[in-house]
Design a protein around this ligand. Sequence first.
Ligand code: MG
Length: 139
Amino acid sequence: MEFDLSLHGNCILSAEDNEVNQMVLQHTLDEQPLPYVIVGDGKQAYEAWKALDPKIILMDISMPVMNGMEAIGLIRQDEQATGKHVPIIALTAHALKGDEERFIAAGADSYMSKPLNPSALIDAISRALNPPTTSVLIS
Ligand SMILES: [Mg+2]
């Protein structure tokens, strides 16, 4: 798969295999300023992460070829060489008890359940891209 390398370092990467969810993601991501790339499985997500160095990843968990957990694991493993840490939001339909802990243990920073709530997703993206800074009040 070839990627638009002009997006390197300045895009959102989204991995989702379901066409309806891809459309929801498209419509949602159109509402925010960063360009985005949507891929359909975990292997493509891993390749896209290597090629594009995205600012944030939205990672579906259940995908063909390579699932989201494996892709996150590969990314976190590679990051050990650089010390970098891309924010990853796991997206999943099966919100079973203990899942959130599983996703965080696999290396996701946060997790949202589907069906996707577009405004909550936009909020989560901007929170991940603009972590609150500690302010010091000088009087
Ligand atoms: Mg899926």
